[in-house]
Design a protein around this ligand. Structure first.
Ligand code: URA
Length: 440
C-alpha cells in the first residue's frame, strides 16, 4: 500500500487493522505507511489502539517486527557516534538496556564502570512509570544533576568522561514515544513484538555499536515466565543484529527485588556502596556479568570486578555525575517518615518483586501518569532478603515516605509481598543469569 486515500488514511488503516485482526502478515509498504501516517497524525489514536490490540492477540512475524522497528527508527533522527575519540584515540560505543525490574539500579554502576576501559557508553534512559523505577528518576535524587543534554553536550561528555546517562531527545523514534503512551493506556504493553520494537528502535536510533540487553524474568518484570523472556531476548537480538548493532541478551531472574534498596535516593546510596567495593552480592554479580558481556562484544576479555574494588569505577562515576552538574558528595534526600516492618513469625523469608515494587511506588517513589513528579527519598529498604532465616518480630524492611498519608497503603502492600516458611520458601537470589543469547 502506498499513499493516502480520500479519507486521510482512515479507510486504509481499517484495512490494515482487519488484516492483522485476521492474522495476516503486513508487507513492508503497509508497515511503513501505517507508522508514517500515525506519526503525521493521519491515523488517529483509536485506530492505532485497535491495531496494537490486534498485534497483542495475533503477534507479528520476525520480518514484520524488524520492519516495524526500522519504520520507528525512520520516524525521527539517528545519532552518529562514529569517529568518537577519548584522549585522541578512537573508541567503540557500548550500551546496556534492561527491560525493567524492581531495585534495578545496575545502570548507575555499570555505565561508569565500563567507561574505565577505552570505550564510550551513550546511555539514553527513561523515567519510570508504575512499579519499575526509571534510571533518570534515580539520578535526579542527586543535587544539581541534569538529564537533559543536547547532542553536543552528550558528545563532549563521552569524549571527556566516556560515560553519559541522559534523556532521549524528542526526535529519537517519535513514533515509539506516541505509540508507547497509547499502549500504556490500552492494555497493550505486554506484547513481545511491540516491546522488542519499542526498545530496539530507541537503541538503534541512539547509534551504539554494541548493546547488551538484560531481559528480566519473574513477577517484577514484563515477562513473568522464562519462555516469554527467552523469546523477547531472541527477537531483540535478531533485530539488533540485522541493524548492525553487536547485540546480546542475558535473561535474568526478577522474582524478588535486586539488592536491598527500592526507591530513587535509596538505590543511589546502594550504588555508592557498590562503587566503594561493597554492596549486595546479587547487584555486584549481575553488574559484573553484564559488564563482562559488554566488554567481550568489543573484544576486551578483562574481569570487571577488580575495578569496582580498586576505586576506578568510583572515580569514573564521580566524573560522570559532575559532567552533568551533579554534586556527587552532597547528602542524598532522606524521608520525613519511616516505618519498620517486622517478621510475623520465624522462618525462611521470601519477598515478591512485584509487591515490593508496588509498595515503593505507593510510598511515593513512582508515578501514575507521565510527567508527574516523584518523591526522591521515598521507597523501601529491605533489612532482610529472600532466603535469609529470620526470628519472629525481627525488622525485615523499612518504608520511607515524605507524606505520612502514603504509609498505610505501602505497608499493606509490603506485608502482602512477604512470605515466611520452611527452606522451600526461598527461590534463590535476583539477577541470576538464566540464559544468554548472542547475535555475534
Ligand atoms: N520499555 C520500552 O521502552 N518499551 C516497551 O514497550 C516496554 C519497555
Amino acid at each position: 500500500m502506498t499513499g493516502r486515500d480520500d479519507h486521510g488514511g482512515g479507510r486504509s488503516a481499517v484495512r490494515l487493522i482487519e488484516a492483522k485482526r485476521d492474522g495476516r502478515e503486513l508487507d513492508d509498504d503497509e508497515v511503513d505507511w501505517l507508522l508514517d501516517a500515525y506519526t503525521r497524525g493521519l491515523v488517529p489514536d483509536e485506530q492505532m489502539s485497535a491495531f496494537a490490540m490486534a498485534v497483542f492477540f495475533r503477534g507479528m512475524t520476525d520480518r514484520e517486527t524488524a520492519r516495524w522497528t526500522s519504520a520507528m527508527v525512520a520516524s525521527g533522527g539517528r545519532m552518529d557516534f562514529s569517529g568518537l575519540a577519548r584522549a585522541g584515540r578512537r573508541v567503540p560505543t557500548v550500551d546496556k538496556h534492561s527491560t525493567g525490574g524492581v531495585g534495578d539500579a545496575v545502570t548507575l554502576v555499570l555505565t561508569p564502570l565500563l567507561a574505565t576501559w577505552d570505550v564510550a557508553v551513550p546511555q539514553l534512559s527513561g523515567r519510570g512509570l508504575g512499579h519499575t523505577g526509571g534510571t533518570l528518576d534515580k539520578l535526579e535524587a542527586i543535587a544539581g544533576w541534569r538529564a537533559d543534554l543536547d547532542a553536543d553536550e552528550m558528545r563532549a561528555a563521552l569524549e571527556r568522561v566516556g560515560a553519559v546517562i541522559c534523556a532521549a531527545g524528542a526526535d529519537l523514534a517519535p513514533a515509539d514515544r506516541a505509540l508507547y503512551a497509547l499502549r500504556d493506556v490500552t492494555g497493550t504493553v505486554p506484547s513481545i513484538p511491540l516491546i522488542a520494537s519499542s526498545i530496539m528502535s530507541k537503541k538503534i536510533a541512539e547509534g551504539t555499536g554494541s548493546l547488551v540487553l538484560d531481559v528480566k524474568c519473574g513477577s517484577g518484570a514484563f515477562m513473568v515466565d522464562r519462555a516469554g523472556a527467552a523469546e523477547l531476548a531472541r527477537v531483540m537480538v535478531e533485530i539488533g543484529t540485522a541493524a548492525d548493532v553487536r547485540t546480546s541478551a542475558l535473561v535474568t531472574a526478577m522474582h524478588t527485588p535486586l539488592g536491598r534498596a527500592v526507591g530513587n535516593a535509596l538505590e543511589v546510596a546502594e550504588c555508592l556502596e557498590i562503587l566503594a567495593g561493597g554492596g549486595p552480592r546479587d547487584m555486584v554479580d549481575l553488574t559484573c556479568a553484564l559488564a563482562a558481556e559488554a566488554l567481550e562484544s568489543v573484544g576486551i576479555g578483562d574481569d570487571p570486578r577488580e575495578r569496582l574494588d580498586d576505586g576506578r569505577a568510583m572515580d569514573s562515576y564521580r566524573a560522570m555525575i559532575a559532567a552533568q552538574g551533579g554534586a556527587a558528595d552532597a547528602p542524598l534526600p532522606t524521608a520525613r517518615e519511616t516505618e519498620v516492618v517486622r517478621a510475623p513469625a520465624a522462618g525462611v523469608l521470601r519477598w515478591d518483586a512485584l509487591g515490593v515494587g508496588r509498595a515503593s511506588w505507593l510510598s511515593g517513589a513512582g508515578r501514575t501518569r507521565p510527567g508527574e513528579s516523584v518523591d526522591p527519598a521515598a521507597g523501601v529498604r529491605l533489612e532482610r532478603v529472600e532466603g535469609e532465616h529470620v526470628r519472629g518480630g525481627e525488622p525485615v524492611a523499612t518504608v520511607h515516605a515524605g507524606d505520612p498519608a502514603r504509609l498505610p497503603a505501602a505497608l499493606d502492600e509490603l506485608s502482602g509481598a512477604l512470605a515466611i516458611g520452611g527452606p522451600e520458601t526461598a527461590r534463590g537470589p535476583a539477577g541470576v543469569v538464566l540464559e544468554r543469547h548472542r547475535g555475534w
